[in-house]
Write a protein that binds this ligand. Structure first.
Ligand SMILES: Cc1cc2nc3c(=O)[nH]c(=O)nc-3n(C[C@H](O)[C@H](O)[C@H](O)COP(=O)(O)OP(=O)(O)OC[C@H]3O[C@@H](n4cnc5c(N)ncnc54)[C@H](O)[C@@H]3O)c2cc1C
Length: 428
């Protein structure tokens, strides 16, 4: 793929928005914006129907927004190493612009894109944009990353912020002859389409196993911005309400942040003054991005050594997954997960403590199930929180155990959360 004539190709990943987008902004109005449904990613056993459904909706929404500005979103399905050179060639691109990310998978993808570009005289330009503060930009004296939250939080609060960027006003039409490509439906990807579809076959395993949750959140930038506006208006009550399981007083923006339908920096700017506690939660997200950036294997291996062995009992594990442990708060959390593809943060902690500290199952079993089922399933936040709760992560009190009965008395005193999700349907 020889270097092209000066056009810029933007390859989106989980940065599916127009507002405050450093990569899009750098590529300018003439950039061609593309997304590749990567076969390798679709085949991951931890990619479930909720995340995939959100992704497809976010692509649809982005395409509509691009078309409204005169441009388009190019969508391809296949292997990255084939689709990206073909797109670069068709566009006549001399530069490939990509938002940098932290997981081992993303880092491999960036290396591959670097090789493809250097072999063809093109330039790969990586931009920050996944966190508020770029992962890897804050480090303690004499170390490569902060290992516990509080010193990171102190440094993070006083660290510089880049300026917020406006969305594009116009976008150039696609070069003549470049097809925008179709965005497949979830059913099609699950193998329901008429054509024999090798991608569909591979992705089917995860979808057939779960199916999308009936009450899952709709994806896309427009829906995300509506949620942000609604939350910003009630953010002053966040600190008082956030741990009350029955109130649903949190922002529910985690999936929007995961897919980059919202910029975390913009969320900080819009909510900041109304709720300092909320900003601290956004800092946890940045903290875990920074830990994962420094130690990408955290998704598979213990962050710190553990002097105990995990138990293995498949029936017990399955009962936990199904919400049939007999412990009401744990079961309610798992029913909420199944019904909504979402679990309240406090209930995630209790379900994770029960699996790892009470039953002594490996944190990876729980993390994989969460990642496969949550719409906001995020390698950094999920792995680091599981390890934190299991005692192998960044917690300064690795022996902490949450007693589900005491947690229920404190955070669901009315019993409404347990009643709402007690039946297994998640229907109120
Ligand atoms: C076992 C376990 C697994 C988790 N897995 C994920 C995951 O896969 N994806 C994910 O986004 N979050 C994960 N979290 C973190 C947290 O529970 C969710 O981000 C939060 O509950 C989402 O709901 P919300 O947007 O209403 O949160 P809010 O309370 O409104 O918080 C605002 C935002 O701050 C961030 N945040 C809050 N708490 C945390 C935290 N502990 N760690 C990192 N970021 C945080 C999220 O981006 C969230 O949207 C996990 C937590 C636990 C205990």
């Amino acid at each position: 793929m020889p270097g092209g004539t000066g056009r810029r190709l933007v390859l989106l990943n989980r940065d599916l928005r127009l507002h405050d987008h450093p990569t899009l902004h750098a590529a300018g109005a003439g950039g061609v914006v593309a997304f590749v449904l990567d076969e390798e990613l679709l085949a991951l056993p931890t990619l479930g129907a909720n995340r995939l459904a959100y992704l497809l909706e976010a692509l649809e929404a982005l395409r509509e927004a691009c078309r409204g500005l005169g441009g388009d979103l190019v969508v391809r399905r296949g292997r990255l190493r084939e689709e990206v050179p073909a797109l670069a060639e068709a566009v006549g691109a001399s530069e490939l612009h990509v938002t940098r990310d932290v997981s081992a998978f993303a880092r491999r993808r960036e290396r591959l894109l670097g090789e493809l570009c250097s072999g063809s005289g093109r330039t790969l330009v990586l931009h920050d944009g996944v966190g508020i503060v770029p992962p890897g930009s804050l480090a303690p004296a004499g170390g490569d990353h902060y290992k516990v939250f509080t010193p990171y939080w102190r440094a993070w609060q006083v660290s510089a912020r880049r300026r917020l960027l406006p969305p594009p006003r116009t976008m150039a039409p696609l070069p003549t002859g470049l097809e925008p490509g179709r965005i497949p439906s979830l059913a099609e990807l699950a193998g329901g389409g008429r054509r024999a579809d090798p991608l569909g076959r591979r992705v089917a395993r995860a979808l057939v196993a779960g199916g999308a949750s009936p009450l899952r959140q709709a994806g896309g930038e427009r829906a995300a911005r509506q949620r942000l506006a609604a939350f910003a208006a009630r953010a002053a009550a966040y600190e008082a309400d956030r741990d009350d399981l029955s109130r649903d007083g949190t922002s529910r923006l985690s999936a929007d942040l995961h897919f980059g339908c919202l910029s975390a920096l913009e969320v900080e700017a819009r909510v900041g003054e109304r709720s300092p506690e909320y900003i601290r939660q956004l800092c946890w997200r940045d903290f875990f991005l920074s830990v994962t950036h420094a130690v990408p294997v955290i998704a598979r291996r213990d962050y710190r050594p553990r002097p105990w062995r995990w138990r293995r009992d498949d029936d017990e594990l399955e009962a936990w997954r199904r919400g049939e442990t007999g412990v009401p708060l744990v079961d309610a959390a798992m029913h909420q997960l199944e019904a909504e593809g979402y679990v309240h943060g406090r209930a995630r902690l209790v379900a994770a403590s029960y699996l790892t500290k009470t039953l002594r199952h490996h944190w990876r079993e729980g993390a994989d199930h969460f990642l496969r089922t949550l719409t906001d399933g995020d390698v950094a936040s999920n792995s680091c929180n599981w390890q934190w709760m299991a005692g192998t992560g960044n917690d300064t009190r690795p022996n902490r155990v949450l007693n589900p009965e005491r947690q229920a008395k404190r955070f669901d005193p009315s019993g409404r959360y347990r009643a709402r999700y007690g039946t297994g349907t998640g229907m109120p």
